[in-house]
Design a protein around this ligand. Structure first.
Ligand SMILES: Cc1cc2nc3c(=O)[nH]c(=O)nc-3n(C[C@H](O)[C@H](O)[C@H](O)COP(=O)(O)O)c2cc1C
Length: 161
């Protein structure tokens, strides 16, 4: 079985989680990066990021070299923006047909919204086997070691080869 961790991260929280998952399951990593970066500070961060969600934008992505079709288990991680996944996924899902995969979802947020992300992405790519999901409250600002422990327990229970 081949494992892939796909993620987008503006401020590093989702990246931190993605790296740990990839290490644990020996996965390849695909980081989504936008050609035009979102502001990552202050009011502008929420304004431009929030606007991008509300307008359902598809920001152009920097070219990536991983082919989804080659993988069996795909971990999909995002920060929660306005209660759902970040817009780089609008682009990624339009560029890739994801079906017949085992999907594992993970999210970082500042308090909530993961459920809506799970539901929304399941609607976008319905023809998959959604196995499990996990979310974290800004692990870089809170208890990092607790987050790492949670990942370990989560992965151990998944029985992924
Ligand atoms: C544009 C924007 C919208 C956000 N909306 C939410 C939200 O609806 N709910 C929430 O709990 N956190 C929200 N957050 C906070 C992020 O989800 C949180 O800080 C997350 O850990 C960031 O992950 P990252 O470091 O991987 O970018 C928002 C952040 C941004 C920039």
């Amino acid at each position: 079985m081949k494992n892939l961790v796909v993620f987008y991260s503006l401020e590093g929280n989702t990246k931190f989680i993605a790296s740990q998952i990839a290490k644990k399951v020996n996965a390849d990593i695909l980081e989504l990066k936008t050609k035009k970066e979102y502001p990552n500070k202050g009011f502008k961060k929420y304004f431009w990021g929030g606007r991008s969600v509300l307008f359902n934008q598809k920001p152009e992505l920097i070219e990536y070299d991983k082919n989804i079709n080659e993988y069996d288990n795909i971990f999909i991680g995002t920060p929660i923006w306005v209660g759902t996944y970040a817009p780089p996924y609008n682009t990624f899902l339009a560029e890739n047909k994801i079906y017949n995969k085992n999907i594992y979802l993970f999210a970082c947020h500042g308090g909530g919204g993961a459920e809506k992300f799970y539901n929304n992405i399941k609607k976008e790519i319905p023809d998959n086997n959604f196995v499990s999901e996990i979310d974290f409250n800004e692990p870089l600002n809170n208890d990092k070691s607790q987050a790492l422990k949670s990942i370990d327990i989560w992965i151990d229970n998944l029985n992924i080869s």
